[in-house]
Structures are given as structure tokens and as C-alpha cells.
Ligand binder design. Structure first.
Ligand SMILES: Nc1nc2c(ncn2[C@@H]2O[C@H](COP(=O)(O)OP(=O)(O)OP(=O)(O)O)[C@@H](O)[C@H]2O)c(=O)[nH]1
Ligand SMILES: [Mg+2]
Length: 336
């Protein structure tokens, strides 16, 4: 039996029993799919920005879980507690057999201190620490079960009250831009009318351009995608920076129980696209761009960190050659 006939004999047969001229590599995507589903996915999302803009509330609303539920909550005041240190919460979500380990990194907002100079330091240090852990694990002996805690996306909250970016917003986003995918958001969008939101979005887009802030860029849509997909993609891009509303309470609207905010004059629904861009944000984070956010983290932000580390280490005169060997081995492993 020739090698060719051996492979063909394993190929599926058509209904009439006739063997097809078929090698079988068309099943590769299915194999990758099965392996990925078995392994599960992980994603780390961080929130940052001024204190009181609704960061903790929004991440709670995003994943329909009360991330603080394990804490003993006594009264309403305590429920809306301020974040005072970087807090990491991990939730395992399963949907149709696909497992997602979601990590939320909630950071304390700036603004309370008299001096907000370098208020981003704790956040950038945290991101670097995760890169450092990954780098160490990757250069170590047990590379098979590396836990990836690198931050894949940072939602940066911009206040709705001002006329655009404040110097602190510019500096904060610039401090983050080479370490993580920054997605700017207009916080508490229920404070603004639709035309105010439109104006603020235009202004923010202009300023982001003007100050050279590198925010997460949605990849271009392939030309062979269908028209509906292209339309949705265009709409998504034109809606940035997303204007969001968060709420931890469920209210009754149009006979249904929905996440929303109840005001004396009406109800603001978090998941109503006419009220805010919450659903759009959730769509890009989970349905459409999670993989791209992870790829950029790994191929761009982490690679920059890694290159810098290796350069610093190798330029030191007493750098032991065994460590270099480890790093080279790590590089080879990455290529494979
Ligand atoms: N109007 C309005 N209020 C909101 C919104 N989201 C949250 N809030 C309220 O704003 C207050 C602060 O919310 P938090 O989620 O604790 O804000 P934070 O950004 O996490 O604040 P720090 O932990 O101090 O950084 C709470 O009273 C929330 O109920 C929103 O979208 N609109
Ligand atoms: Mg908070």
C-alpha cells in the first residue's frame, strides 16, 4: 500500500460509498476548535479612571454577575463602596459548553488625593508585574501550564461633565497606551442628551487624534465579508468612544425586568441601544474582538516588554549565560 492510498483510505466516503480524492486537512479548523473548547478561554479586563465614574458598577453590569457578592453587605451605602486598592476578581462563566475564565481588575479611581501626579503609576505597575510573571514562567522549566494573567484590555472612563479630555486623562491614557489595549468610554452617559453625547464623542475623537493617544484600533473588515457584517462593523467604529451607563439594580420597564436606573422622570435601561452603547461595548469585548485584543496583547504589548527585558538583561556585564540560554529556549518555544 502506498503512503497516498493509506491516507486516502481514512478519508470520509461519500454516500454512494465512493472514495473521494480527499486528504483530510479540511478538518483542521474543527480540530483547533475542539482543542480550544476543551482548554477553555481566559480574558482579563481592567477598568481605570477617576473615582466615582461608575467603574465597579459597569463591570458588574457587563457580566451579569455581582462581583462583590461574597462580601457581607449590610446596607445601601456600603453596597456602593469605593474601591481603595487594586482588586482582582475571577469568575468562571460557561455558555453552551464553552468555558471562559474572566478576570476583572478593578482599580481605585484617582481624584481624591490633593496631588494626582503619576496617579496611573499603580495601574501601569500592575500591568508590568503581570508581564514580568509571564516572562519568568515562559523562561522557566514548566512552560506547559503557564497561567496567563496579562491584562488584555483596559476600559478608561472619561467624565461626561467636561468639554473633552483633561490633562490627567491624556497623561493617563498615554501612560497605558504601550502596555495595554486602551478602550476609552464616556461614563455615566445618562447625564447627557443624545446631541450632547454626539458632540462629546466628536470632540474626544478629535482630541485623541490631536494628542497622539494610541487607543485600541478596530481591525479593518475583510473585503469579502457580507454587507450586514460590514454595516455593523462601521456602526461600531463610528460609535467610539462608547457612552455607557451602569447599574446594579433591576427595575421593571415595559412589563419586563431589566438592568436600569430609576429616576423620578423615567427609567434608563442599561441594555437599550437607544439609551447607551453598553450592548455595543459588550459585543466588542465578548462576541467580536476578544481574540484580537488577546492577539495584540501577546504580539505587540508583551513582545515590546519582552524585548526591553532581554535588552536590559543582556547588556548587563554580569548576565549569566544560563539565563540567556533559557530565554533563547523560550523564544524557540514561542516560535513552535
Ligand atoms: N448616573 C449614573 N450614576 C452611576 C452610573 N454608574 C454608577 N453610578 C453611581 O456612581 C457612584 C459611584 O459608582 P462606582 O461604581 O463605585 O464608581 P467607581 O468608578 O468604581 O469609583 P471608585 O471605586 O472610587 O474608583 C455610585 O453611586 C453608582 O451608583 C451611571 O452610569 N450613571
Ligand atoms: Mg470602584
Amino acid at each position: 500500500m502506498t503512503a497516498n492510498s493509506r491516507y486516502r483510505s481514512r478519508a470520509p466516503r461519500s454516500d454512494d460509498g465512493e472514495e473521494k480524492d480527499y486528504v483530510g486537512f479540511a478538518t483542521l479548523p474543527n480540530q483547533v476548535h475542539r482543542k480550544s473548547v476543551k482548554k477553555g478561554f481566559d480574558f482579563t479586563l481592567m477598568v481605570a479612571g477617576e473615582s466615582g465614574l461608575g467603574k465597579s458598577t459597569l463591570v458588574n453590569s457587563l457580566f451579569l454577575t455581582d462581583l462583590h457578592k461574597d462580601r457581607k453587605l449590610l446596607n445601601a451605602e456600603e453596597r456602593i463602596s469605593q474601591t481603595v486598592e487594586i482588586m482582582k476578581h475571577t469568575v468562571d462563566i460557561e455558555e453552551k459548553g464553552v468555558k471562559l475564565k474572566l478576570t476583572i481588575v478593578d482599580t481605585p479611581g484617582f481624584g481624591d488625593a490633593v496631588n494626582n501626579t503619576e496617579c496611573w503609576r499603580a495601574v501601569t505597575d500592575y500591568i508590568d508585574q503581570q508581564f514580568e510573571h509571564y516572562f519568568r514562567d515562559e523562561s522557566g522549566l514548566n512552560r506547559k501550564n503557564i497561567q496567563d494573567n496579562r491584562v488584555h484590555c483596559c476600559l478608561y472612563f472619561i467624565p461626561p461633565f467636561g468639554h473633552g479630555l483633561r490633562p490627567v486623562d491624556i497623561e493617563f491614557m498615554k501612560a497605558l497606551q504601550d502596555k495595554v489595549n486602551v478602550v476609552p468610554l464616556i461614563a455615566k452617559a445618562d447625564c447627557l442628551t443624545p446631541s450632547e453625547i454626539k458632540k462629546l464623542k466628536e470632540r474626544l475623537r478629535e482630541e485623541i487624534d490631536k494628542y497622539g493617544i494610541k487607543i485600541y484600533q478596530f481591525p479593518d473588515c475583510d473585503s469579502d465579508e457580507d454587507e450586514e457584517f460590514k454595516r455593523q462593523d462601521k456602526e461600531l467604529k463610528e460609535s467610539t468612544p462608547f457612552a455607557v451607563i451602569g447599574s446594579n439594580t433591576v427595575v421593571e420597564a415595559r412589563g419586563q425586568r431589566v438592568r436600569g436606573r430609576l429616576y423620578p422622570w423615567g427609567i434608563v435601561e442599561v441594555e437599550n441601544p437607544a439609551h447607551c452603547d453598553f450592548v455595543k461595548l459588550r459585543t466588542i469585548l465578548i462576541r467580536t474582538h476578544m481574540h484580537d485584543l488577546k492577539d495584540i496583547t501577546s504580539d505587540c504589548h508583551y513582545e515590546n516588554y519582552r524585548a526591553q527585558c532581554i535588552q536590559t538583561m543582556t547588556s548587563s556585564p554580569d548576565f549569566p549565560s544560563i539565563q540567556l540560554a533559557n530565554i533563547m529556549h523560550g523564544a524557540l518555544f514561542k516560535l513552535l
